[in-house]
Design a protein around this ligand. Structure first.
Ligand SMILES: N[C@@H](CCC(=O)N[C@@H](CS)C(=O)NCC(=O)O)C(=O)O
Length: 220
């Protein structure tokens, strides 16, 4: 396809309504005001559609999201978010100040590398009857680290008073924590930030309860 046509095409998000990493990308698109199409990849049905040969060509890690954008296919939600930020107008998703920028990356990495992978589907599937306790343990461990850090960095949002990639990571992780019945009351800063952010339009329209593949009984 000619380059200018490629750039005009709407991005395509291959994701799953309940996937926290897909939700991160949906929030970023919404914050930037970018229209996109969604192709649902059901993580449970048919043994997990992320494992099909066809999907593996988009994301060989057999995970969602995968995003087709500007003629390339990207996986890894943080890479997608940063690409969107670097190529699209709209509110910056990383602050200009290097210290704040590093803090945003630190918080995002704690969630994206230190918490979410340990409670991810293919990991807990190996845990048999210990699934829930395993997930709770690693979410609590991560939140015990995040709470004092966020106390230092947060203003209205995770780092200061501007919404950033850290906020994009936090809300879906709190959603996961609640699904695994982690007591979020123990983490007052995390709880406060999550409540504030969930009121914002970009977080609401991207919520798992209102996606094209959200089952009827889970729709809000
Ligand atoms: N680091 C990746 C992680 C992606 C990931 O773990 N995706 C989960 C859903 S949130 C998944 O597809 N899990 C499927 C499985 O575990 O089989 C990213 O940020 O995109």
């Amino acid at each position: 396809m000619h380059l200018s046509l490629v750039c005009l095409a709407k991005p395509v998000l291959h994701g799953y309504f309940r996937s926290s990493c897909s939700w991160r990308v949906r929030i970023a698109f919404a914050l930037k005001g970018i229209e996109y199409d969604q192709v649902p990849i059901h993580l449970i049905k048919d043994g997990g559609q992320q494992h099909t040969e066809q999907y593996k060509t988009l994301n060989p890690m057999q995970q969602v999201p995968a995003v087709e954008i500007d003629g390339i296919t990207l996986s890894q939600s943080l890479a997608v978010i940063q690409y969107i930020d670097e190529t699209r107008p709209g509110p910056p998703l990383l602050p200009a100040d290097p210290k704040k920028r590093a803090q945003v990356r630190m918080i995002s990495d704690i969630i994206a590398s230190g918490i979410q992978p340990l409670q991810n589907l293919h990991v807990i599937q190996k845990m048999g009857t210990e699934k829930v306790q395993w997930a709770q343990h690693f979410i609590d461990r991560g939140f015990q680290a995040l709470e004092p850090l966020l106390k230092q960095t947060a203003g209205k949002y995770c780092v200061g008073d501007e919404i950033s990639m850290a906020d994009i990571c936090l809300v879906p992780q709190v959603y996961n924590a609640e699904r695994f019945k982690v007591d979020v009351e123990q983490y007052p800063t995390i709880k406060r930030l999550n409540e504030t952010l969930r009121e914002i339009e970009a977080f609401r329209v991207s919520d798992p309860s209102c996606q094209p593949d959200t089952p009827e009984d889970l729709r809000a």
